[in-house]
Design a protein around this ligand. Structure first.
Ligand code: AMP
Ligand code: ZN
Length: 462
């Protein structure tokens, strides 16, 4: 709201409560959506690994213009249709190793809460029923309207005085207007309507998040998030509804990660550059963890340009982390052992040479720097710190980033063999194929073969 960086602390001194706007379940989420969800997951993990308790609420939008339109096109009932896409979303989240939110409420399950909110708004003079069975929020009645998105004062005045009304869920800044809280039933809604004091209809999109954040986090809570496109109108409208109906401050801080772009352009259906997780698993055979690695590789304040080269680099990086883990575990006398559980890692106080990586993540959630410090820690771990502490510290950082290491087979190769394999990787990276083959022969003499697998390479004893 202030464009200042604020230290995140729970207002109640105990649990950091945050609300993340969830998916609209009318198709598979794309990897742009997942940049937002994965960065929210990292935010939660970093807080938890740093010893803070959280309450994470993320909703499911299962009624709006798009879910109704597409369920009808698919010849399915709204519930059947949205349940199908919710299940898909959950599968993708699990594959991407996102922690389940503590509460995952849906709009359809909270119709009475939304009606109660509208009643409160009408009673306090912030909303009015229009002739068509719809109810609108009167933006002129809320002095702070436009503060979050820093709306242009002139447009705002026009919106307040021109008596314009927006009935659609989504609209642009040049059509600032009173927005719909309850949509009177229209023929195109089919069977999708509910009873209300204003007749049959359904809630407007913005309302659900106000009703559900109030119910599960109260009138003032610690943080609210969503992609950068949600600042206006969605979050602006949520602020207006919540502050006017429920009182309180609403969200104390805001987190809006910048967009994922593709080859420098906005990801969209019309540009045919929209990828789902499944698309990338099919071609070029990426893993969900590689996609996660790409999504966290840039600072949330920067747009991230998705490329296939980036995906390839993620594969190499994960391969390096696997081999590094084997070395750290060996030094700690923990070969083949599972590290502590997530809960235990959250209680860890000493992160050894990896403490700077956690510090970087705690400094404005700088995931790019966190990854950089993770690799830097790996270079110092050979000579500094207690091997047992370093090994656990390394796992704590992986937990904070939500990275699961792939199983690359036999990690037992001796250091000179690993060094040769790394040399071969470097040769391949510079397209020095003859050099790479010469190293392969050297490896053979030492009794090892190297296979180029999914995550870089795999060393196998001959
Ligand atoms: P939706 O399902 O359309 O409501 O979007 C779910 C979330 O994804 C919202 O927080 C959006 O702001 C976010 N989002 C949409 N497109 C992108 C993108 N290209 N990059 C990052 N986040 C996005
Ligand atoms: Zn929302």
């Amino acid at each position: 709201m202030t464009r200042e960086m604020r230290e995140l602390q729970p207002a109640d001194g105990k649990t950091f409560g945050f609300y993340c706007c969830g998916p609209t379940v009318y198709g598979p989420a794309h990897i742009g959506n997942f940049r937002t969800f994965v960065l929210n997951d990292v935010l939660r993990r970093v807080m938890e690994v740093s010893g803070m308790r959280t309450k994470h609420v993320r909703n499911i939008t299962d009624v709006d213009d798009k879910t109704i339109r597409d369920s009808q096109a698919a010849g399915m009932g709204l519930t059947e249709f949205t349940e199908k896409w919710t299940a898909r979303f959950h599968r993708d989240c699990e594959d991407l190793n996102c922690l389940k939110p503590h509460v995952e409420p849906s709009a359809v399950q909270h119709i009475p809460d939304q009606i109660a909110l509208i009643e409160a708004l009408i009673e306090k003079g912030h909303a009015y029923p229009a002739g068509d069975g719809s109810v609108y929020f009167k933006i002129a009645s809320f002095r702070d309207y436009g503060k979050l998105a820093r709306l242009d004062q002139q447009d705002l005045e026009l919106g307040k005085t021109q008596n314009r009304r927006a009935n659609a869920d989504e609209y642009e800044k040049d059509s600032i207007s009173d927005f719909v809280l309850w949509k009177g039933r229209r023929p195109e809604d089919g069977d999708n309507y509910w009873e209300s004091p204003w007749g049959e209809g359904r809630p407007g999109w913005h309302l659900e998040c106000s009703a559900m954040s109030f119910k599960y986090l109260g009138e003032t809570f610690d943080l609210h998030s969503g992609g950068e496109d949600l600042k206006f109108p969605h979050h602006e409208n949520e602020i207006a509804q919540s502050r006017c109906a429920c009182g309180g401050e609403f969200a104390r801080t805001w987190f809006h990660p910048r967009f994922l772009m593709v080859d420098g352009e906005k990801m969209s259906k019309s540009l045919n550059n929209l990828y789902t997780l499944e698309d990338l698993e099919n071609d070029p055979g990426a893993t969900a963890m590689e996609v996660r690695y790409v999504l966290i590789s840039a600072h949330h304040r920067k747009q991230l340009n998705f490329t296939f080269d980036g995906l390839h680099a993620a594969r190499e990086a994960l391969g390096k982390l696997v081999r590094a883990e084997a070395r750290l575990a060996k030094a700690a006398g923990q070969d083949g052992q599972a590290a502590l559980s997530y809960k235990e890692l959250c209680r860890l106080e000493d992160h050894g040479v990896f403490a700077p990586a956690l510090a970087a993540l705690n400094d404005d959630l700088n995931t790019a720097e966190g990854l950089g410090q993770l690799f830097k820690g790996l270079r110092t771990a050979a000579t500094e710190g207690d091997p047992g502490v370093n090994w656990l510290g390394f796992h704590a950082i992986l937990a904070a980033l939500g990275l699961l290491l792939p199983d690359l087979g036999d990690p037992e190769a001796p250091p000179e063999v690993v060094a040769l394999a790394e040399k071969r990787q470097e040769a391949r990276a510079t397209k020095d194929w003859a050099g790479a083959d010469a190293v392969r022969d050297e490896l053979k003499k030492l009794g090892w073969t190297v296979k180029d697998g999914q995550n870089g390479y795999e060393l196998k004893p001959l």
